[in-house]
Design a protein around this ligand. Sequence first.
Ligand code: CMP
Length: 131
Amino acid sequence: MIKPDAVANGSIGGILKMINEAGFRIVAMKYTKLSAEAAGSFYEVHKERPFYGELVDYMSSGPIVAAILEKENAVADFRKLIGATDPTKAEEGTIRKIYAKSIAANAVHGSDSDENAEIEGNFYFSGLERF
Ligand code: CMP
């Protein structure tokens, strides 16, 4: 997911370029906006965290880009490409180091396991939208 901060400041193109150059294939992509209810449901695993309310407000504050990416070892390689959740801790050359403003407005989200990638892909796309 490209998050509201990165969409708002015109970084969609730059982020997609980095994703393509790192060898990921985009198999589904959508420009959309989450309601607070949808954002709450997407991030349900974080429901008990103190930042959940802020996360839901933020993720429903503006349009996002959702995509399903394909690659060998995609989950681990994408997490390497995006860098640490906190952009101040992200390595040089990572998407978050370049584009993220803060730990909440951190430009992108990546699934943390194959299982969650399946769940999160299904959240945005039906089987027919993938090719
Ligand atoms: P993401 O990879 O989308 O997964 C959960 C998100 O919660 C994370 O990126 C951050 O944007 C957000 N998050 C994590 N920790 C904090 C925090 N301490 N304060 C605000 N947001 C946070």
